[in-house]
Design a protein around this ligand. Structure first.
Ligand code: TYM
Length: 321
């Protein structure tokens, strides 16, 4: 099965990105044909500082490798290194009804939050459709917030196929039910734009400070506490097995411990979980040339898949004359 996904280098990667996407790709790469890329063109919709975007692109690539994407098993590249995607984006634009984009939640949410409406924000899903359709994946693992974008990609593919035959494989999204929407420190969806993220990498002091910020119900120390709707518990359970979850539930029910204790526990389990990845990250951070070589090789492999596809599309649509 071919599995593909992308991540925007628009800030530090957080545990929502990890469980919603990165971990699924790392798990998939042993038994599938996996394609993972850093969506730097997409990040241009929000990062307007060029130097910063270039840094974040390398940082995200370094993080992704540290977290286990393996260039021997997966094709791993930076979106802008395979420029055919931009050509397909243009071709697909003519198969994208305005209404489809006008209904896109992410555009509506962003403009509602006061982010200036510009064309790239509006046409974002068309570029994402090009990302997907160029490489013909069967499955696109994403968090819940990206479902609509994958559906838009399908709709655009259907429009194109109606005109030119069975060219694009229709992609399916894949959602892991228990991590579809990882909550942030305020209980809303974890997101860079809500400033409620728990990052995967970073200094321990800063990490602890973030965890302490998690919003909890004020209940006296001695009293039993509800775990179901507790933001600390809901984050902790991502890292725990069934027995460990039960033990933590018992601690909530027993009383005698405050949310401060649970937060320290949460910090410890997150810190421990990412320890081996932090070590690998140090290696890649010190060997950025190696990261660049991996990305270059990945782009060449991705392009091998993209070129025949785009060539066929050029012929079909009359651009090749
Ligand atoms: P991005 O960069 O916002 O997020 C990367 C992935 O992380 C998932 N995610 C979450 N999952 C669960 N809970 C959360 N709180 C959470 N926050 C983020 C996202 O759903 C996503 O899977 N448009 C995409 C990037 C993209 C892409 C693509 C994805 C560009 N082209 C082609 C798939 C296929 C985005 O903005 O993801």
């Amino acid at each position: 099965m071919r599995v593909l996904t992308g991540i925007q280098p628009s800030g530090d990667l957080h545990i929502g990105n990890y469980f919603g996407s990165i971990k699924q790709m790392v798990d998939a790469q042993n038994n599938n044909d996996t394609f993972a890329f850093i969506a730097n063109y997409h990040a241009q919709t929000s990062v307007k500082d060029g130097k910063r975007l270039a840094e974040l692109t390398m940082q995200s690539a370094t993080d992704f490798l540290a977290l286990g994407i393996d260039a021997q098993k997966s094709i791993f590249w930076v979106q802008s290194d395979v420029k055919e995607v931009l050509e397909l984006y243009w071709v697909l634009s003519s198969f994208t009804p305005m209404g489809l984009l006008e209904r896109a939640h992410s555009y509506k949410d962003k403009t509602a939050k006061g982010i200036a409406a510009n064309h790239s924000l509006f046409s974002y899903p068309v570029l994402m459709a090009a990302d997907i359709l160029l490489y013909q994946p069967d499955i696109v693992p994403v968090g819940k917030d990206q479902i609509q974008h994958v559906e838009i990609a399908r709709d655009i593919a259907i429009k194109f196929n109606n005109e030119y035959g069975d060219i694009f494989k229709l992609p399916e999204y894949k959602i892991e039910a228990n991590v579809a929407t990882v909550p942030g420190t305020d209980g809303q969806k974890m997101s860079k734009s809500y400033n409620n993220t728990v990052n995967i990498f970073g200094e321990e002091k800063k990490q602890l400070k973030t965890i302490k910020k998690i919003v909890t119900e004020p209940v006296p120390l001695e009293e039993p506490k509800e775990y179901e709707n507790c933001n600390v518990y809901n984050m902790a359970k991502l890292f725990l097995n069934e027995n460990e979850c039960k033990e933590l539930q018992e601690r909530y029910k027993r009383g005698g411990e405050g949310h401060g204790h649970f937060k320290l526990y949460l910090h410890d389990i997150i810190w421990e979980y990412f320890k081996p990845y932090r070590q690998r990250r140090e290696y890649y951070a010190a060997h950025q040339d190696e990261v660049r070589d991996i990305l270059k090789l990945g782009a060449a492999k991705a392009q091998e898949v993209a070129l025949p596809m785009i060539d066929n599309i050029r012929s079909l649509t009359g651009i090749k004359y």
